[in-house]
Design a protein around this ligand. Structure first.
Ligand code: R5P
Length: 283
């Protein structure tokens, strides 16, 4: 079994960004302490990632509610002239529209096949920095762009951390072509037959198979559910899913993240870096 290797590490919690600390302190001084919301945490992680952006970089622009904070921050820094000559490569149509609205110049992988840095959220992160992504349906473009990136920085709040992928009980998405999707779903079912607590279903807009959710690539999504998380060799499982004709891509991002920025509700930010097969937890 080929599995991710994880070395022992020391957790080092770094201080909260100063501006937000000041805001929270002043709120406390006026007698109305505002607890950090999940949105605060997403913003903190996103801003921390955007600190890594330098003028002249080609940036992979992620999709989702966490990545949206990075787009806003990047747009703000470009508008203020702090960052220049940035090119953004959006991972979805939604991100493309958002990035345009905040003034980020855009291109694509055809024109810019090498991406300096990609910043994106995730649905789950395991201790080896393997991810589940695509609950927003953008997994294929995300995997293409993040796979072309020299650095792929994942931004999450601490609720996204799991011991095993699939362990949060939420879906592991698989993008499939619409042609005979029930046939492809059947093949996926066969692959995991006998696994206790396994289930799968077509993703729909309103619970009705007549209105399947459609991705930016005009495909459908089959959501896999693993009551106890995915057990076994993730690389073998990935290969087996991708071998099914009719499957386009799945939402497990194995060995792709170079670092994960985790915002914790206690006000700390933890950064986990991958160095080869080693995992380094640092500021
Ligand atoms: O397709 C959606 C993407 O993979 C998102 O990055 C992922 O779902 C995380 O989204 P959020 O930041 O909204 O939790």
């Amino acid at each position: 079994m080929r599995s991710a290797v994880c070395s022992p590490s020391i957790d080092l919690v770094v201080p909260f960004p100063r501006r937000l600390v000041a805001e929270k302190l002043s709120a406390a001084a006026t007698g109305s302490p505002a607890p950090l919301s999940q949105e605060d945490l997403k913003r903190i992680a996103a801003h921390r990632a955007v600190d890594l952006v330098e003028s002249g970089m080609v940036i992979g622009l992620g999709t989702g509610s966490t990545a949206a904070h990075a787009l806003d921050r990047l747009g703000d820094l470009i508008r203020r002239g702090v960052l220049r000559d940035i090119v953004g490569i959006p991972t979805s149509k939604k991100t493309e529209a958002h990035a345009r609205a905040v003034g980020i110049p855009l291109s694509d992988l055809d024109a810019h096949p090498f991406v300096d840095l990609a910043i994106d959220g995730a649905d789950e992160v395991d201790p080896y920095l393997n991810l589940v992504k695509g609950r927003g349906g953008s997994l294929l473009r995300e995997k293409m762009i993040e796979g072309a990136s020299r650095r792929f920085v994942v931004i999450v709040d601490e609720t996204k951390m799991v011991n095993v992928l699939g362990g949060s009980g939420l879906a592991v998405p698989v993008e499939v072509i619409p042609f005979c999707w029930k046939f492809t779903l059947g093949k996926l079912r066969q692959l995991f037959v006998g696994i206790p607590g396994f289930d799968l279903k077509l993703r729909t807009d309103n619970g009705d198979e007549k209105t399947p959710s459609v991705t930016d690539n005009s495909n459908y999504v089959v959501d896999l559910y693993f009551e106890n998380g995915i057990s076994g060799d993730l690389v073998e499982i990935s290969d087996a899913i991708l071998k099914i004709v009719g499957v386009v891509e799945h939402g497990m991002f194995l060995g792709m993240a170079t670092s994960v920025i985790i915002a914790g509700k206690e006000g700390g930010v933890t950064v986990i870096e991958r160095r080869g097969d080693r995992r380094i937890v640092a500021a």
